[in-house]
Write a protein that binds this ligand. Structure first.
Ligand SMILES: CC(=O)N[C@H]1[C@@H](OP(=O)(O)O)O[C@H](CO)[C@@H](O)[C@@H]1O
Ligand SMILES: [Mg+2]
Length: 558
């Protein structure tokens, strides 16, 4: 940096001192904390976004959200040029920048990083950062801090895109970098057009018209608002939106995280909704789960989680691929040896993994966090990934898309040919409907709805694909959660020594028992997951392992 650049940065960063005694980490999904302590962090992430844009010579996204966390929290994360998560290679710099104690050290840190990464600051360059935020009340002032951070790097320009879902911002970044128009209206039009295309390709005879209405819990967040807009350009779907944010509190006993973890009906639903097809979005609309309330059951639900969405998508895609590859007696037709893989984490219900393997699919596991799942899924021609909590998407390779394009426009003289053409068109429509940058509750919801109509299935038929093993998740507060070190996609604890043996001994007591612990990347807790053949057994296993965690790492009085 030259003297002028240094002094601008020094001056602006001295106006954003970090809160004393707070150490933040980029974590599973960016920085998150109580909103009152985040001004300096968001300012500094603004600097990072500007540097990233200069380095990559591309548009970068900066999203202010704390997703499913409580309304008083907030957070910030970066979307890379592809629309995906910030490259993991820059996470250590993000941590160092967020925690550097004063502006003198900050300027030094930035200067060193600029040199190390060879970031072109000296030539007049322009960097463009798209800013988005969810509906949290703290969002506006944090957005201002981000703008200040961005403008403290000479040549960087912030473009405020307003209130958005997280996936909308990722989508905009991706398509801006492909030189395409990527306004919010383009997003809605693409979703509704590709949904319509899938509906138009439904084979005659499927029970398209018997689908009753879908009720959506908007978590009192941005998702409900945006779905309202999407509804206006959509045809062929009867949607009723609850918890749209006009009255209730964001994520307060509503939303996908609450529904999935507590397995109860969110607020805003009435006994008359029992049995209906319902969906729930999280606070920034990147997660989606379905459910139906059980009549007279104390608010209990039948949960149709991310694993089942994954299974539905996998079935549909597999069906289209087998239509396309059915070349028996027809040597003229070219086929494409498309690889299809599904990616899960240790939180996936064991019954879902068994089911997917039974379908003959390749199932692989990664640690928790979309950045890991996405990377793995990108290794296949079609990679489908989902976390059990409902965050996931489908990635299709460029090679396959080109081949599908060719197949869909070939003249078809036989009925098999025309079926194959339709299968190609369906997969192309899926690729346009689904968000290729990141999991997206709105596009995911439209794909689920299109596939249910294609199959002629109710939510109950879908839920019957397999039966979830009973499971329980608990959180344990410990002195230092980073003392828990895991291996093998987080299924084994290697530190503290001895705890894994104790967990194994406990798990062995339960038929179909499976249990693991890991430190959360978004909350100051250690998470415990347990699964077993009955609910009581899953609860007991989770409780006894939570006690083990407490014994090994908890707050014990001496
Ligand atoms: C068990 C669970 O749901 N974990 C969530 C949660 O991460 P933790 O690191 O477990 O706090 O938030 C992440 C970001 O949204 C999400 O990717 C992940 O799946
Ligand atoms: Mg979210």
């Amino acid at each position: 940096m030259n003297e002028k650049q240094r002094s601008i940065l020094l001056d602006s960063s001295s106006r954003f001192p970090p809160p004393p005694g707070v150490k933040l980490s980029y974590g599973t999904a960016g920085f998150r904390a109580d909103a009152t302590i985040l001004q300096s962090t968001v300012f500094r992430v603004g600097i990072l976004a500007a540097l990233r844009s200069l380095k990559t010579q591309s548009v970068i996204g900066l999203m202010i959200t704390a997703s499913h966390n409580k309304v008083s929290d907030n957070g910030v994360k970066i979307a890379d040029p592809s629309g995906g998560m910030l490259t993991q290679a820059w996470e250590p710099f993000a941590d160092a920048l967020a925690n550097v104690p004063d502006s003198l050290h900050l300027v030094q840190l930035v200067d060193d990083f600029v040199m190390k990464e060879n970031i072109p600051l000296e030539v007049v360059q322009s960097a463009v950062i798209l800013l988005g935020r969810d509906t949290r009340p703290s969002g506006e002032s944090l957005l201002e801090a981000a703008k200040q951070g961005i403008s403290s790097i000479v040549g960087a320009v912030a473009v405020d895109m307003g209130v958005l879902t997280t996936p909308q911002l990722h989508w905009m970044v991706r398509f801006r970098n492909k030189g395409m128009k990527a306004t919010e209206m383009d997003y809605f039009n693409q979703l509704s057009n590709s949904f319509r295309c899938l509906i138009d390709l439904i084979p005659p005879g499927s029970s398209v018209n018997v689908m009753d209405k879908l009720i959506v819990d908007g978590a009192n967040g941005v998702g409900g608002e945006k779905l309202q807009v999407l509804k206006k350009v959509l045809h062929g779907l009867d949607i009723q939106i609850r918890n749209s944010g006009k009255e209730g509190v964001l994520n307060d006993e509503v939303g996908a995280d609450y529904v999935q973890k507590e397995k109860v009906v969110p607020r805003g639903f009435a006994p008359a909704d029992a049995g209906m097809r319902c969906a729930s979005l999280d606070g920034d609309a990147d997660r989606l789960v379905y459910f139906s309330a059980i009549q007279n059951s104390n608010n209990r639900i039948r949960l149709v989680d991310g694993d089942k969405i994954l299974s539905l998508f996998a079935l549909f895609i597999k069906e289209q691929l087998s239509i396309l590859n059915d070349n028996e007696g027809d040597r003229e037709t070219n086929s494409y040896p498309a690889t299809l893989g599904v990616v899960q984490t240790a939180y996936a219900n064991g019954a879902s993994t068994d089911y997917l393997k039974h379908l003959g699919l390749e199932v692989v596991f990664t640690p928790t966090g979309v950045k890991y799942l996405h990377e793995k899924a990108a290794e296949y021609d079609i990679g489908i990934y989902f976390e059990a909590n409902g965050h996931g998407t489908i990635l299709l390779s460029e090679g396959l898309l080109q081949w599908l394009d060719g197949r869909s426009s070939e003249p078809s003289l036989t009925s098999k040919g025309s079926e194959q053409q339709k299968a190609a068109l369906r997969l192309l429509a899926v690729s346009k409907l689904i968000n290729p940058a990141v999991g997206d509750a709105l596009s995911g919801l439209l794909l689920v709805e299109a596939i249910l109509q294609h199959m002629g299935w109710s939510i109950h038929r879908w839920n019957e694909l397999y039966h979830d093993l009973p499971s329980r998740q608990l959180k344990v507060k410990v002195v230092e959660r980073s003392a828990v070190v895991t291996a093998n996609a987080e299924t084994v604890v290697v530190r503290p020594l001895g705890i894994q043996e104790a967990i194994n001994a406990e798990t062995a007591k339960y038929p179909r028992g499976r249990c693991f612990v890991r430190p959360s990347g978004t909350e100051d807790v250690v998470r415990v997951y347990a699964e077993a053949s009955t609910e009581e057994a899953a609860d007991n296993l989770a409780n006894s392992v939570a006690q083990l965690v407490d014994q090994f790492l908890g707050f014990r009085s001496s």
